[in-house]
Design a protein around this ligand. Structure first.
Ligand code: C2E
Ligand code: MG
Ligand code: MG
Length: 725
């Protein structure tokens, strides 16, 4: 070959390659677009594409050897310096010996078979410039299809040096440099023989770290033995496999890749190599993720949208239905967004919304959901929160975080918010009703001037489910009610068991668990409270007597009583008869009256309680500190026990005011000769502070949640052998 000729050939090859590269780029862009649309990359083309982009001589024929296409390199092989006319059929370029080889090859590829393996073979072709001379080439031949017409792709690897095919340098099998994908070659035992730069970039391994190592160095360990078995079976039977692998990068990171593997066989079907091309599809997965983010998230703020909120709300309602914790929903409407939009434009308004969204998310707990469901409307889902006090605590934090100025562009802007609260199941038992009611409650807050929280009151909630009032009649007799018991223990280190508070539960056949505050209010309004209250008293006293007989000596049973019960002139005699019937000593019964309820009582009712107290029954003032009663009047009640409301104990470690209030209540209680119980103990640090300040008794989830009656003896045994910290 002359030097001139060589450089001309080189120039041709370069042109061809440039074209191919450009084509590859376009195709890559096209594929990225397809990927974005969530469509699969046509992976079996990975390898064809790779081979097509090769700088080597490539010839495409039909099944009979008629030439369809030839790149410059192939034309040179067949035509020499171009003076020969372009051949029509490969047969024209072989001698007699070559014709036999060619026939064998054409027969092999013409056979109806499912084998998609590539064939590594030799073929002697007549020298294009030296008449009579034959050059034997090593060829990689594969079946292909174009518009459903069978084709054969012939790649000229190199003039053959007569070595055994399996000892061919693996780099020669694939044109590794031009590959756009991650490419590797293994021996039949799947030991890595060659990799390209793309594979090193994808996996972060260097070539040295991979060569001669089993392919399993890239395994993620995420696939099952059955997966690999099916994979090898497919590869051995069909000579080809395409699919997604989870592989491992050098750092241990797992990534998904789309891989096509082909076996390279000799004409006898013996596997000599495996070649494979792959590319990282985590991007595609990310784009699927992106799409799903768009479907479930608000594009401006990236917060969950109404659809995702509905899903999460349905899930949270399911959980709430099974347990006692309930859930609350806050509907939030941003005050003053409209004037910001009007004065500064929508771009600034958008920035405000984004910053508000970020602040809301930072303020709530991990399990809560902040969703944007409309222009300036947000919904905050608070699973596990159902006490008004807790909801207000969240709203207080949200209002504080929103009160800081928002910097948008050159402006410092101030927004406010109105919140409406709906709680499950009080204000609704399904998502739509809860959102609607929270929205309605938000208007209450807006009407009052905004920057606060509004509620649908209990009466409205009962009206919304009119059957509750009726159903509460006879619910206990129908077996829908039960009493659970929450332990009260000493605040000293021994944590001795003092007794239990009886708490009523109603499993409504349609509405599920209904919060006591709701059905107690309904019962108080329609007269059902008297029989219901008696039923609780009887159940709790009977239970206390059973436990007393089982060895829990001297425990106090605290029973909540409604102001309606105390207003009933028969109340004290009914209590007496229950004590007599059950045999519980009067000193072991405590009646809890909320501070708020005392406001509904007249002096004569106080006297009724005093007569009971005279018999030894204890009186407790419940939820002390949140009502409006006068201390003077309370002092005439002469109670034995004061219960500090959870509102104060909750913040005792973080708020000086809460601590001061607790100290105050402890002071008042002790000064009036009362025993003080702290309610709502959820954390150990609350105990330390309360004990330091002389609190007598503790009650709360940290000690124990309210227990089913059957679980109490076991709990009590465990508590005496191993007191809680
Ligand atoms: P309460 O008498 O103040 O009862 C304590 C409430 O606080 C109970 O809620 C209890 O489950 C809950 N609680 C106890 N420890 C913790 C804690 O550590 N964290 C939190 N977050 N909560 C705690 P429950 O059972 O929902 O009762 C609510 C209210 O309903 C009671 O407040 C009481 O006023 C009333 N109630 C319950 N049963 C009866 C009853 O049989 N008759 C009457 N009249 N009222 C009842
Ligand atoms: Mg109570
Ligand atoms: Mg209480």
């Amino acid at each position: 070959m002359t030097e001139d000729y060589r450089s001309q050939l080189f120039a041709y090859a370069k042109d061809f390659n440039d074209l191919l590269r450009q084509h590859a780029k376009l195709q890559h862009r096209h594929q990225s677009l397809l990927q974005l649309q969530g469509r699969e990359t046509n992976s079996s083309d990975l390898l064809h594409d790779l081979i097509g982009a090769s700088r080597r001589p490539l010839l495409v024929t039909d099944a009979r050897g008629n030439v369809i296409r030839a790149n410059r390199g192939a034309r040179h092989v067949l035509q020499g310096n171009g003076l020969h006319p372009l051949i029509g059929n490969l047969r024209d370029r072989v001698d007699a010996a070559g014709a036999a080889e060619l026939d064998a090859l054409l027969q092999h590829f013409a056979a109806e078979t499912t084998n998609e393996a590539m064939v590594l073979c030799r073929l002697g072709l007549l020298h294009s410039d030296l008449p009579g001379a034959v050059i034997t080439y090593t060829l990689l031949v594969m079946r292909a299809r174009d518009m459903d017409i069978a084709q054969i792709h012939w790649q000229f690897l190199e003039p053959d040096a007569g070595q055994p095919l399996e000892s061919l340098a693996p780099q020669r099998l694939l044109d590794m440099e031009t590959a756009r994908f991650a490419v590797l070659v293994t021996d039949p035992q799947a030991r890595i023989l060659a990799v390209n730069a793309g594979l090193c970039v994808m996996t972060d391994f260097t070539a040295e770290e991979l060569l001669q190592r089993p392919i399993s160095v890239l395994s993620s360990g995420r696939h099952t033995a059955e997966f690999y078995q099916a994979f090898w079976e497919r590869l051995k039977t069909f000579g080809s496999w395409t699919g997604e692998f989870l592989n491992r990068r050098r750092s241990g990171n797992i990534y998904p890749e789309l891989r096509t593997i082909k076996s390279v066989q000799d004409l006898n079907g013996r596997t000599l190599f495996y070649v494979s091309a792959s590319h990282d599809v985590s991007d595609r997965n990310n784009s699927i993720e992106k799409l799903s983010r768009l479907a479930y998230h608000d594009a401006l703020t990236t917060l969950p949208n109404r659809r995702l909120l509905d899903d999460r709300l349905a899930q949270a309602i399911k959980v709430a239905r099974r347990g006692d914790d309930g859930l609350s929903l806050l509907f939030m409407d941003l005050d003053r967004l409209k004037p910001i939009n009007d004065v500064h434009g929508h771009a600034v308004g958008d920035q405000v919304l984004q910053q508000v969204a970020a602040r809301l998310e930072q303020t709530v707990r991990g399990g809560d959901t902040v969703a944007r469901i409309g222009g300036d409307e947000f919904v905050i889902l608070l699973p596990g929160i159902n006490r008004i006090g807790d909801v207000e605590e969240v709203v207080r934090k949200l209002l504080t975080t929103l009160s800081a100025p928002i910097t948008a562009g050159e402006f410092r802007l101030f927004v406010g918010a109105s919140f409406g609260c709906a709680r499950y199941p009080v204000d609704g038992v399904d998502g739509d009703t809860l959102i609607r009611n929270a929205d309605a409650a938000m208007y209450v807050a807006k009407q009052r001037g905004g920057n606060q929280i509004g509620y649908l009151d209990v009466d409205t909630a009962i009206q919304a489910r009119p059957t509750i009032g009726l159903d509460v009649w006879g619910a206990a007799e129908r077996g829908e009610m039960r009493v659970v018991y929450q332990p009260q223990v000493g605040a000293d280190l021994s944590r001795g068991l003092r007794g239990f508070e009886a708490l009523l539960r109603w499993q409504h056949p349609v509405h599920g668990n209904i919060e006591p505050v709701v059905f107690i209010a309904a019962a108080e309004n329609n007269g059902a409270m008297l029989p219901l209250g008696l039923w609780v008293l009887k159940t709790a006293c009977r239970q206390a007597r059973v436990w007393q007989d089982e060895g829990m000596g001297g425990i106090v049973m605290s029973v909540n009583v409604s102001y309606r019960q105390i207003q009933d002139p028969e109340f004290s005699s009914q209590v007496c008869s229950i004590l007599a019937q059950t045999g519980l000593p009067p000193g072991q019964l405590e009646l809890e009256i909320t501070e708020t309820a005392t406001g509904m009582l007249e002096d004569e009712h106080f006297e009724q309680l005093q007569s009971l107290r005279g018999m030894g029954v204890k009186i407790a003032i419940d939820d002390f500190g949140i009502g409006y009663s006068s201390l003077k009047r309370l002092s005439t009640l002469k109670a034995d026990t004061l219960k500090i409301d959870r509102e104060f104990t909750r913040d005792i470690a973080t708020s000086r005011e809460a601590l001061a209030l607790c100290q105050c209540v402890l002071g008042i209680g002790h000064a009036m000769g009362m025993v003080v119980i702290a309610e709502g103990i959820e954390q150990v640090h609350q105990i330390e502070i309360l004990a330091q300040h002389g609190c007598d008794l503790l009650q709360g989830y940290h000690i124990s949640r309210p227990l089913e009656a059957a679980a109490v003896p076991e709990w009590a045994r465990a508590a005496t052998t191993c007191p809680r910290p």
